[in-house]
Design a protein around this ligand. Structure first.
Ligand SMILES: C[S@@+](CC[C@H](N)C(=O)[O-])C[C@H]1O[C@@H](n2cnc3c(N)ncnc32)[C@H](O)[C@@H]1O
Length: 172
């Protein structure tokens, strides 16, 4: 993740207040650390990644990350799950942020949108990483981004780095 993306993610997390934040795809945990350390004191972060990209290293990443959160006193508010975002039962309630950075395929990203982003609270943010013009994945995700843009429930915000961002509007 680039510095401008990290700064943006941190700012959104800091402004989200006491809420539920969702991360789909954490790998080494860079974005997990940003979200967890920036979020409000009463917020919780649920991160999902079966570590399918680097299965031999996933355990090591997750245990180091867990140790870091314990050191920062965040262990009870950061939940590192090895479940797949396409099969895990989404948490009840509404979310303030959904970071979509897991399965890079169109079908996988669509599933993440439908299963998690549709549960965003009014004003909540869906962030699609590696989706903006200029990123190689842009063409793959373009049809889905266009669909969401036409969907009356979301407003597209300005792109930040490779993030395409949508904000949930009030109403159904
Ligand atoms: C680009 S990395 C995530 C990087 C991380 N967000 C960061 O910026 O530090 C993509 C991750 O998505 C995970 N992934 C792939 N399919 C997934 C799925 N269905 N559910 C959750 N995570 C998935 C992979 O295991 C990989 O670790």
């Amino acid at each position: 993740m680039s510095l401008i993306e990290v700064a943006h993610l941190g700012r959104l997390a800091a402004n989200a207040g006491p809420s539920t934040l969702i991360e789909l795809g954490r790998e080494r945990g860079g974005s997990t650390l940003v979200l967890a350390t920036a979020m409000a004191r009463a917020a919780t972060l649920h991160s999902f990644d079966p570590q399918s990209k680097l299965p031999q290293l996933g355990d090591r990443f997750d245990s180091k990350l867990g140790e870091a959160f314990a050191r920062y006193g965040l262990a009870d508010r950061v939940h590192l799950s090895r479940e797949d975002s396409q099969t895990v039962e989404p948490l009840a309630g509404h979310y303030a942020i959904v970071l979509v950075d897991g399965d890079p395929s169109l079908e996988g990203t669509r599933s993440d949108f439908e299963r998690f982003c549709l549960q965003l609270q009014p004003g909540g943010h869906a962030l699609f990483h590696d989706a903006a013009p200029g990123d190689p994945r842009q063409l793959t995700l373009k049809p889905l981004m266009a669909e969401i843009e036409r969907d009356g429930r979301f407003a597209r915000r300005p792109d930040v780095g490779t993030f395409i961002e949508f904000q949930r509007l009030p109403g159904d």
